[in-house]
Design a protein around this ligand. Structure first.
Ligand code: PGA
Length: 257
């Protein structure tokens, strides 16, 4: 991987955890990180919205970034139950995941909605982590590349740059299943994404944009993915709920130097 892209290890906790255990998990991550001299990788945690305030306080002074799992496209208004990007920035978030497949599927989020959410995140000075990835059926139909290319071209705001946007490639069939693509397929898709980004955000930005892999990343397979030239980190679901596994995944970034 080119040095200009510092890998990001991001934990997506999804709808898991209550405050006490979550605080303990964060404290363990803060302590573990303080023991490594780390200029090699960045760490991000994306807890449920209920814990953003508490975790924002508990990571103060550490190198951990805080992210949310979703935001509303509007900055305020009559949207019962929703949270805006501006509010996330206000509580201490630096990142927000948009377009996760679980939201695309369970909340009928289209590329257009993802585009609006990413635009609003960027306008609030957040880094938008835009998720793309094919379903098992689309893969079986040989549609993987088309699906990803259309998600990219329809979801990326025109003012996105390597500084305010990260792409996460997450094949839906690999999420939470324990099944992963092989490393050659992952590299091929990531390099296709980067090549395509050149046409959307300029080739300089494409070279600097981080592209994360997500889908059943675990300590046992993380090194294999993280050592690929176009993989610039991981979006970790299940394994991020265990701080030791999360740190073991992050530590693979140290080994790849
Ligand atoms: P998983 O989830 O690591 O549990 O497969 C990844 C994700 O959904 O971001």
């Amino acid at each position: 991987m080119a040095e200009l892209r510092r890998p990001l290890i991001a934990g997506n906790w999804k709808m898991n955890g209550l405050r006490q255990d979550s605080l303990l998990r964060v404290e363990n991550i803060v302590t573990a990180l303080s023991k490594i001299s780390n200029s090699t990788f960045e760490t991000l945690i994306c807890p449920p919205a209920t814990m953003l305030g508490m975790i924002s306080s508990s990571i103060k002074g550490s190198e951990i970034f805080l992210g949310a799992q979703d935001c509303h496209p509007a900055s305020s208004g009559a949207y019962t139950g929703d949270i805006s990007a501006e509010m996330l920035a206000d509580i201490g978030c630096s990142h927000v995941i948009v377009g996760h497949s679980e939201r695309r599927l369970a909340h009928s989020e289209t590329n257009k909605i993802i585009f609006e959410k990413a635009s609003s995140a960027i306008a609030a000075n957040l880094i938008a982590i835009i998720c793309v990835g094919e379903s098992a059926d689309q893969k079986a139909d040989g549609q993987t590349k088309n699906v990803i290319l259309s998600q990219l071209s329809a979801s990326l705001p025109p003012h996105s740059t390597s500084a305010n946007m990260i792409i996460a490639y997450e094949p839906i069939w690999a999420i939470g299943t324990g099944v992963t693509p092989n490393k050659y397929d992952v590299q091929e898709i990531h390099s296709m994404i980067r090549e395509n980004l050149s046409g959307i955000v300029s080739s300089a930005n494409a070279n600097q944009t981080r592209i994360l892999y997500g889908g059943s990343v675990k300590p046992s397979n993380a090194y294999e993915f993280l050592s690929l030239p176009d993989v610039d980190g991981a979006l970790v679901g299940g394994a991020s709920l265990n701080w030791e596994d999360f740190m073991a995944i992050a530590a693979c970034c140290l080994d790849r130097e």
